[in-house]
Design a protein around this ligand. Sequence first.
Ligand code: DX5
Ligand code: ZN
Length: 221
Amino acid sequence: MAKLAPSILSCDFSRFQEELLSAYRGGAEIIHIDVMDGHFVPNFTFGLPILKAVRKILPEVIIDVHLMTDNPCFYIDDFIREGANMISFHLEAVADYSSVVDEIINRGANPGVALAPGTPWQCLSPVLDRLHYVLLMTVHPGFGGQRFIPGMEDKIASLRQEIRRRGLSTEIEIDGGVNDQNIEYLASCGASIIAAGSLVFAHQESIEERVRTLSKKIEPY
Ligand code: DX5
Ligand code: ZN
């Protein structure tokens, strides 16, 4: 059953609490938090204070932190202490990704490795069995509201095939450019967690309704 993970990058921060509660009422079980350092990606976002606020507003939600930073190890401890349940870092940002995965596991969170669109998933092959999830970027990391990169469907499908072949339960999270037209198809290709920012928060419909409608679309997969 594929799940939606609303990405707060696109929310209206002047109505932060209201929008988060609305997403939760609509059935969002996972909230996606994009941490950008202005160096690994050409944009800044937020860090611990926002994570703490999400945890305070939604004590039960699964917090999924997507680190788009250099030196991810520097942040892992603090983010887990403040309530992150899932943490992904970029393979492209570190020299020894296997030890970062160990670090996340040792601190008690679910590890994920994020891959930029141009990085083949095969790079992760040696650690796949230890990962809770692989985050496939389907846009270039850094900004919300971009267009889905064509061809990423094949990457999702071939990774799903490998996960099945190995008999694993690894989740595939996709992130970026998900829209009303492609969401269902992407779930059918094997994406089990779908991060979506503008699709959820920048819309006429209420956020609660939006989460409900989108979740229903991907539920069968
Ligand atoms: C982009 C972020 C995404 C972003 C997706 O680098 O990692 O999580 O929120 O935004 P949309 O869904 O608008 O493409
Ligand atoms: Zn993200």
